[in-house]
Design a protein around this ligand. Structure first.
Ligand code: MN3
Length: 383
């Protein structure tokens, strides 16, 4: 039986690579649902190629273009965030691959878990915002959350066959385009420079997050909830070649690493086929091509976002949600040339200092905190 996949955010970087994987293994997978936020042209092409049961465009103003273009196909067409939230519970879906960007992933993932769907999670912000609530919900419903993020897939793979004996984990970070740069240089860094990532092809938001190291901060919080760790059990190590994708140190001192060439198609495929491994013809790693692999500590002076993420994680409650919201606003402003590189951590820190904090939030509290933090951060930027 083919696994039927719903891809949320199919026109983004992870979404398009997922479709490539699914296209290569059409004997194993079938696309059941595709959703996109705004990119209606690519969604139309994808739908025509993969013939899903249904498509959803979140931006309702694009509905007529979408339905007109697909009118000769037996594909159901919907629009709007309510449709997006409902589609994930469709009876026929086996796996929901959550690959949208930012906070927008939260409600669809919650609804998919409530509907008992296995989650392949690429949307890290979901666990950053409400990881405690979501992982509890998934455990209660016996729903697996399989990480797609390469570092978390690495940890997940290292833990196969292990019992509860983790001492700590090491999340590797490439260091992004600004590794080794001084504060002086970074103060004047432009978005064009920030968008040139050395190892990974990714969307704009995550590429800026990589340049500021917020991406690693988000991943630290994501790892905390995925693997049920305390903040002290998570370390970050800069590894510029992106060959070791992350490591687990066990209580006997032994360390396992998962490694390979940097290619998101591998963790995507693993998440979709787990617990099996499928034969691939992806390029193989050659040890002699990489006689030296480097490791260094992150530089918290040049990249304050990593410390802000640890602070948010230790504070808990709504603080990671507030941090994430202000980061989304600040990154969007940086991409629109409204603020400089170091205004990003400054906006985040000031928002974290000022927006009220709820220690044991319920869903509504996260929604309110997200809204409040966004408007606070926007005000900081507009003055
Ligand atoms: Mn990653």
């Amino acid at each position: 039986m083919k696994k039927k996949i719903a891809i949320l955010g199919s026109t983004g970087s992870i979404g398009t690579q997922s479709l490539e994987v699914i296209g290569n293994y059409s004997d194993l997978f079938e696309v059941e649902v595709l959703t996109a936020y705004n990119n209606v042209q690519l969604l139309i092409e994808q739908a025509a190629t993969f013939q899903p049961n249904a498509v959803v465009i979140a931006n309702e103003s694009k509905y007529s273009v979408l339905s007109e273009a697909l009118k000769n196909h037996p594909i159901k067409v919907y629009a709007g965030s309510d449709a997006l939230n409902q589609i994930v519970s469709m009876e026929s879906i086996d796996i929901v691959l959550a690959a949208m960007v930012g906070y927008s992933g939260l409600m669809p993932v919650i609804n998919a878990i409530q509907a008992g769907k296995a989650i392949a999670l690429a949307n890290k912000e979901t666990l950053v915002v409400a990881g405690e609530m979501i992982t509890k919900m998934a455990r209660n419903r016996n729903v697996p959350i399989i990480p797609v993020d390469s570092e978390h897939s690495a940890i997940f793979q290292c833990l196969v066959g292990e019992s509860d004996s983790i001492e700590k984990i090491f999340l590797t970070a490439s260091g992004g385009p600004f590794r080794g740069k001084t504060r002086e240089f970074l103060a004047k860094a432009t978005k064009t420079q920030a968008l040139k990532h050395p190892n990974w092809e990714m969307g704009a938001k995550i590429t800026i997050d990589s340049a500021t190291l917020m991406n690693k901060g988000l991943e630290v919080i994501e790892a905390r909830w995925l693997f049920n760790l305390t903040p002290d059990q998570i370390d970050v190590v800069i590894h510029p070649q992106s060959i070791l994708h992350s490591m687990v140190q066990f209580r006997d001192g032994s360390i396992k690493a998962q490694m390979g060439l940097p290619d998101m198609k591998l963790p995507i495929l693993y998440a979709l086929t787990y617990p099996e491994r499928i034969k691939t013809d992806f390029p193989r790693f050659s040890f002699t091509d990489y006689p030296v692999l480097n490791f260094e500590a992150p530089d918290p002076d040049s990249f304050p976002n990593l410390l802000l993420a640890y602070r948010a994680m230790r504070t808990g409650g709504t603080m990671p949600c507030v941090m994430n919201a202000s980061n989304e606003i600040a990154v969007a402003a940086f991409l629109n040339d409204k603020i400089g590189f170091y205004d990003i951590p400054s906006v985040i820190e000031r928002t974290m200092d000022k927006v009220y904090h709820i220690k044991e939030p319920v869903l509504e509290d996260y929604k309110d905190a997200d809204k409040e933090a966004r408007s606070f951060a926007e005000n900081l930027i507009s003055v």
